[in-house]
Design a protein around this ligand. Structure first.
Ligand SMILES: [Ca+2]
Ligand SMILES: [Ca+2]
Length: 480
């Protein structure tokens, strides 16, 4: 894994002679790492745990069946000049990529291929399908592409249709796409398992999604008696899937705060194997196993607690948050608005929550980190062809309980911003949309808020202000 901090990254991009090739290489690496959601959290109030806010479940899952192609372009020259193609399809959703098998020598291929893509955020995201002709001894030929907006799919719940391919003269593709909602109700599990079995006997499909938030570990042992502090990382294994956190250098109490998810066929008999390792010596620092059926018995299908590590120090713990989401593929018409509500909720979470008041009750904290993050992350987003990104962060009041209900969360002050970095113009564009739920003392004395944006780079500081909105706790600015 690449491990460099964002401040250094900013410096790298500032080097004027940095070749485009190197820049592109860095961007490619980063876009691979910057798996959606590209959410960044900056604590505006000190000593407030952001843990719960950083644990953001995906919005849903798309179950995609690439059924068939028709009248595809002939990209191979045949012996008698007729020609054909050896088509396969590449499906992309965010950073996830899936590939069908190759159907040889056919312009009307039948794939009947299933894949499942986790959708973190609906806004601005598409399902992209490229059709290619496999050529054993040269670069594969492009046969056409198509894209579908995920928000449209979500509204319809299901789409089964022939789509004309773009950027080509001929060809259609038949896709069956289902929006799968995520539920906290274990009662949905048997029905979903029956349903996926009925869909395909060949492809093992998923009935649920396991979310794992690796928060931190405490009192980890050193790798050996002679060794100094370890540089720990966590390896998570579910079935054949293995993922790793980043390495935290030289600490017995690492904080990772990283999100992972695993598609599961049957959570009744699967387990998460957690192994903490020293990145330097590769030695194990402790491990534990959590069977996922534990989660089925918990309220909200959720566990948020420290787990003692085996073969580790006597006090060694790992702090994890695990949640199981049960798939609900068959959404009835009556239930549809529910799915839309949950999407709305997600949007509101995605609004950046921040406030800068005229009064000095809450001092502005850490704009530098935020801006460094912005100016470095945004070019990455550009390269990943994400035109609009919303930076997330949340403001929490001191003394509030560690768990907030959704109701309470709705009333938190929030700011909505759009951030874009234009490589051509070498400019960071910040659109201040609006702020909601600013605190105020009484109805008579509403605040007159404005937003000040700081950019701190290379110890130079620039700032810009919006206009002042008189007498409101919910100002709308829409300023760039
Ligand atoms: Ca060819
Ligand atoms: Ca070919």
């Amino acid at each position: 894994a690449i491990d460099f901090n964002l401040t250094n990254l900013a410096d790298v991009f500032d080097i004027p002679g940095l070749s485009d090739i190197l820049r592109q290489a860095v961007l490619d690496q980063l876009s691979a790492l910057m798996v959606l959601p590209n959410k960044i959290y900056v604590s505006l109030v000190e000593n407030v745990p952001l843990r719960l806010l950083k644990f953001v479940p995906p919005t849903g899952v798309l179950r995609i069946k690439v059924i068939a192609g028709k009248e595809l372009k002939k990209a191979d020259v045949g012996m008698f000049g007729l020609g054909s193609s050896d088509p396969y399809a590449v499906v992309k959703v965010g950073s996830q990529e899936f590939r069908t098998s190759v159907v040889e020598n056919s312009i009307n291929p039948q794939w009947n291929y299933y894949c499942e893509a986790v959708v973190d955020q609906v806004e601005g995201q598409s399902v992209l399908v490229d059709i290619m002709d496999k050529d054993p001894s040269s670069k594969d030929d492009f046969l056409g592409r198509m894209s579908l907006n995920i928000s449209t799919l979500l509204a319809e719940g299901k789409s089964c249709a022939w789509h004309h391919l773009q950027d080509t003269k001929t060809g259609k593709i038949n896709l069956d796409i289902t929006w799968v909602a995520l539920s906290d109700d274990p009662e949905h599990l048997p029905a979903e398992m029956m349903y996926i079995k009925s869909l395909s006997s060949k492809t093992p499909l998923s009935s649920s999604l396991l979310l794992v938030f690796v928060d931190s570990a405490k009192h980890l042992p050193n790798a050996s008696q002679a060794a100094s502090e370890p540089s720990p990382l966590v390896e998570l294994t579910v079935g054949a899937n293995k993922v790793c956190t980043s390495v935290k250098p030289n600490t017995n109490d690492p904080v990772w705060e990283e999100n992972f998810h695993f598609l599961m066929a049957n959570p009744e008999n699967e387990e998460v194997v957690i192994e903490v390792k020293d990145g330097k010596s590769e030695k194990s620092l402790g491990h534990c196993v959590i069977p996922t059926n534990f989660l089925l018995k918990e309220k909200g299908l959720q566990l948020d607690q420290p787990f003692f590590l085996k073969d580790s120090g006597s006090e060694s713990q790992i702090i994890l948050m695990l949640q199981l989401k049960i798939f609900k593929s068959q959404t009835t018409a009556a239930e549809k608005p529910k799915a839309e509500v949950s999407e709305e909720k997600d949007d509101s979470v995605q609004e950046e929550e921040k406030e800068k008041e005229v009064s000095k009750t809450n001092d502005v904290v850490a704009p530098s980190l935020e801006d460094v993050v912005l100016s470095t992350v945004s070019p990455v987003l550009d390269s990943a062809k994400v035109s609009k990104e919303v930076l997330d962060e949340s403001l929490r009041h001191r003394g509030s309980s560690s768990k907030m209900s959704t109701e309470e969360e709705k009333d938190l002050p929030k700011i909505q911003l759009t951030l874009r970095y234009s490589m051509q113009r070498n400019k960071l564009i910040v659109v201040v949309h609006k702020v909601v739920n600013l605190p105020y003392k009484d109805e008579e004395e509403l605040p007159d808020p404005y937003v000040k944006v700081y950019l701190i780079a290379d110890s130079k500081e620039t700032k810009q202000k919006t206009h002042v909105c008189q007498n409101t706790a919910n100002p709308v600015f829409d300023e760039t």
